[in-house]
Design a protein around this ligand. Structure first.
Ligand SMILES: *[C@@H]1O[C@H](CO)[C@@H](O)[C@H](O)[C@H]1NC(C)=O
Ligand SMILES: *[C@@H]1O[C@H](CO)[C@@H](O)[C@H](O)[C@H]1NC(C)=O
Ligand SMILES: *[C@@H]1O[C@H](CO)[C@@H](O)[C@H](O)[C@H]1NC(C)=O
Ligand SMILES: *[C@@H]1O[C@H](CO)[C@@H](O)[C@H](O)[C@H]1NC(C)=O
Length: 360
């Protein structure tokens, strides 16, 4: 049990940069008919976006997860709301229902879209056994084929794709060689781009994809320096990934304006990168400059294991808690060793507004 939870230690999500790349050539973008905000949200990716898909064994389903919202574990890797919930609220959409629980609800709740994200996953298979992003898109595709969503629904939908770094955690745990890293990053990006094209091919009008956050600043990696020093090795992995992501998206745009293939799509199809890197950094800075007794180290997580073998949510025999929770989760950026708290996500979200605005 404990082992299984630990495997999920690197479950992530995210988003936030300002680059806005219209999929379409500028001629068809201008004066395009679709200016209405999206009405449905489809979500793919990992724990930054998951709102209940992982099975009950994951930490997201044990206390103190969910203690701020909804007051009990809800399958979110946080004390409360996560990125998906804030992005949905931005568009005035209800946070979409988890795919795994789709058969347990009145089908009308599926009209807001569906969340296919599973904590711990990546574009490739990771240490988590949950469905990778390809399989998540397969689930979406079968929903489309079963006519759960009409063409019109899909054209007024937006997708959130979160890739927070589990592929790289798996690479490290499988003892991948440093010299193989650049080509591994390239393969992650190629697979991600392929996935984005597939989602778009299924009729989704607009897509947000997260850039990696500052991986080296996750408590998991700063713990060795008492949460003071970010790991430059992991930060550089994130920077290279983000650079390649932007280059590939630019290339895709160029390719499509040459072939004119995007003109086939009538809607103002768009792709926005949610730059979690700048949003996390801005949030850290904001917290550092906070006044008075609250100005604690922003890299320090709220909920931690008592000793090295334990993590947030670890419980021993007879329900003894092997973790401690800070006094003020409502002012702590990180909830556990990997994930922002609800407060953290709200801060990140406040820095994502301009990228989200492009999708309206
Ligand atoms: C599902 O919810 C809708 C709207 O809340 C309601 O009108 C409908 O009767 C419900 N259907 C079932 C089968 O409960
Ligand atoms: C995703 O998972 C499926 C099912 O386990 C597997 O067949 C496929 O190879 C995986 N895809 C990638 C890109 O790793
Ligand atoms: C953290 O970084 C500072 C400044 O680079 C350095 O002096 C210090 O030794 C580092 N601390 C640890 C624990 O690595
Ligand atoms: C752009 O087109 C080139 C040449 O056809 C192709 O090799 C490349 O993969 C395409 N890039 C993207 C991101 O689709």
């Amino acid at each position: 049990m404990e082992k299984q939870r630990d495997l999920l230690f690197f479950c992530l999500v995210l988003a936030c940069s300002s680059s806005f790349l219209p999929w379409v050539s500028s001629s068809s973008a201008e004066g395009g008919p679709e200016k209405a905000p999206p009405k449905l949200l489809f979500v793919f990716g990992d724990s930054y976006a998951d709102t209940g898909n992982t099975e009950e064994l994951s930490v997201a389903w044990v206390p103190p997860y969910g203690s701020t919202f909804p007051g009990e574990p809800s399958g979110r890797f946080s004390d409360g709301l996560v990125l998906t919930d804030y992005v949905a609220s931005y568009f005035g959409i209800e946070s979409p229902h988890p795919y795994r629980l789709r058969n347990h609800v009145n089908k009308t709740v599926l009209q807001h879209g569906m969340n296919f994200a599973y904590g711990g996953t990546g574009v490739f298979d990771t240490m988590a056994k949950e469905p990778n992003m390809t399989t998540q898109i397969d689930f979406f595709q079968s929903s489309v084929e079963q006519n759960v969503y009409t063409k019109h629904d899909l054209s007024s939908s937006v997708a959130l794709v979160s890739l927070a770094g589990n592929d790289y955690a798996a690479f490290a745990m499988k003892k991948g060689k440093p010299e193989e890293l650049p080509s591994f990053i390239a393969s992650v990006i190629d697979q991600l781009i392929h996935n984005l094209k597939r989602i778009r091919g299924l009729g989704v009008g607009k897509i947000m994809v997260t850039a990696l956050g500052p991986l080296g600043c996750l408590p998991q990696l700063t713990a060795v320096s008492s949460f003071k020093n970010c790991s430059s090795k992991w930060d550089s992995i994130a920077r290279l990934h983000n650079l390649k992501l932007r280059q590939s998206l630019q290339e895709l745009k160029t390719n499509e304006s040459i072939t004119g293939s995007s003109c086939l799509s009538s809607s103002s199809s768009a792709l926005t990168v949610l730059d979690l890197d700048s949003a996390f950094i801005s949030a850290f800075d904001m917290l550092r400059h906070r006044s008075g007794e609250l100005s604690e180290n922003p890299l320090k997580p709220c909920c931690v294991g008592m000793t090295a073998g334990y993590s947030c949510g670890s419980v021993g025999d007879k329900g003894v808690k092997n973790y401690v929770v800070c006094d003020h989760p409502e002012t702590s950026f990180f909830w556990d060793n990997i994930h922002p708290s609800q407060y953290g996500w709200r801060a990140v979200y406040s820095f994502l507004g301009s990228s989200l605005h492009h999708l309206l």
